[in-house]
Design a protein around this ligand. Structure first.
Ligand code: DSN
Length: 446
């Protein structure tokens, strides 16, 4: 009989089962999430987790790595092919350690770095004040314009003034194409390394649904679990342009990852990354990524037709950013929690020129990669957009006060009332019915 986790550790198995049901019966719309294949899951839960393999392929600090080397070599070869780059390191534990390794490889503590400001869509590790990237380096952020697009004029002015060692492009909440050519022009003008963090869009790039940074950036980093649809992990790449700028760059990156920041790589993750890259190199993946963008655009149209404002008025990629300020400031939490109760998972997010704060922001970030994996198309997006708009309009009557005590009371009142909200309950039922038509992990047993 097959091994049953439920017979072995009932507490954990039951929590996992509840999470499986949540994924199966709800609409997963956090744009950085996805549903991996059974093959990726199989590699993740495999005996490869038993091994230590500090070092790199064929140069390890431990014995017994003959087969681990094969796994890592395959992952590297597939990543080189998928992204058209010279050098690949598949060992970073995830995106943030990958980015920290880029700092270690290219900068000395105190050097100036630039990235898109967090509240304008940038990532924590691109120089946000509480992150190691701004504690150990001198961060000069650039911003988005009021229309939500990157302000290249400001970026160029700041870059000429501060002469950064490293400039980041790429974002975590940016609904438009990343204009790698414009970033490259500025980075080249000031002699900076250009690092493209493509975590959100790496799957789109492999599938041809977003342009590639390979000819523009010196370094590329990505997580492997977003549109790429692999395990939670990270990759750092050095492009031909990067090697030309600095022939030692690949070695510097490798040294920064190990021994600079990490110990043994997670070999089970490396195998799963190789499998995900193999899947992404198949023709079906091109169709998948094209559909992600079609779905995103259909969702944007539906929301707009239902009176919802979007940052930049639309999307070029897998994500959308709802601007709730027409209803007041700081209302992201109310909308996120009400949608959660309706079985629609999104995250509250800051918007450019955020009038509130990152914890009580005025936007909602949502996207289509996971729903597209389930097989949903434009027709479903139109319906889902109308449900989301209905819920937004239903809860934006709640105000988010600035005063801490009043805010606590307002949130408590909201949480009590929203549980009995008839509209939310009605949409929850419809969400359940829709999910049944797009089954997920149908035969999975824990
Ligand atoms: N947490 C990731 C995201 O949701 O975009 C970024 O690190």
């Amino acid at each position: 009989m097959a091994f049953s986790l439920k017979d072995y550790d009932v507490e954990i198995a039951e929590a996992m089962e509840r999470e499986l049901r949540r994924q199966q019966t709800g609409l997963e719309m956090i744009p950085s999430e996805n549903f991996v294949s059974e093959a990726v899951l199989k590699a993740m839960g495999s005996i490869l987790t038993n091994k230590y393999s500090e070092g790199y392929s064929h140069k390890r600090y431990y014995g017994g790595n003959e087969f681990i080397d094969q796994v890592e070599d395959i992952a590297i070869e597939r990543a080189k092919k998928a992204f058209n780059v010279e050098h690949v390191n598949v060992q970073p534990y995830s995106g943030s350690p990958a980015n920290l390794a880029v700092y270690m490889a290219t900068c000395k503590p105190g050097d100036t770095i630039m990235g898109l400001n967090l509240t304008d869509g940038g990532h924590l590790t691109h120089g946000w004040k509480v992150s190691a990237s701004a504690i150990f380096y001198r961060s000069v952020p650039y911003h988005a314009k009021p229309d939500g697009y990157v302000d290249f004029e400001e970026l160029r002015k700041l870059a000429l003034e501060h002469k950064p060692k490293l400039i980041w492009c790429g974002a975590t909440a940016y609904p438009r194409e990343i204009e790698f050519d414009k970033f490259a022009e500025i980075a080249d003008e000031v002699g900076a390394y250009l690092a493209a963090d493509i975590a959100h869009i790496s799957g789109l790039i492999i599938g041809g649904a977003h342009k590639s940074p390979a000819e523009y950036a010196h370094i590329i980093t990505t997580t492997t679990h977003k549109t790429l649809r692999g395990p939670r992990g990270g990759i750092i790449m050095v492009t031909r342009k990067g090697v030309e700028k600095d022939p030692e760059l690949a070695t510097k990156i490798n040294k920064a990852v190990f021994p600079g920041l990490q110990g043994g790589p997670h070999d089970h993750t490396t195998a799963a990354i190789a499998i995900a890259l193999g899947e992404a190199l198949k023709p079906e993946f091109r169709e998948y990524t094209a559909q992600i963008v079609k779905n995103s655009r259909a969702l944007a149209e539906s929301l707009k037709n239902n009176g919802i404002k979007l940052v930049t008025d639309g999307t070029d990629n897998h994500l959308l950013l709802i601007d709730l300020t027409p209803f007041g400031k700081g209302k992201g939490l109310f909308v996120q929690d009400a949608l959660d109760l309706a079985g629609i998972t999104v995250n509250k997010n800051t918007i450019p020129a955020e009038p509130s704060s990152p914890f009580y922001p005025s936007g909602i970030r949502l996207g289509t990669p996971a729903l597209t994996t389930r097989g949903m198309k434009e027709a479903e997006m139109e319906t889902i957009g109308s449900w989301i708009a209905e819920i937004i309009k239903n809860v934006t009557k709640y105000e988010m006060p600035d005063d801490k005590e009043q805010r606590r009371a307002a949130i408590d009142r909201f949480k009590t009332e929203i549980k009995d909200n008839k509209k939310v309950q009605r949409i929850r039922k419809k969400v359940g019915r829709l999910c049944k038509s797009f089954p997920l992990y149908k035969k999975m047993k824990l």
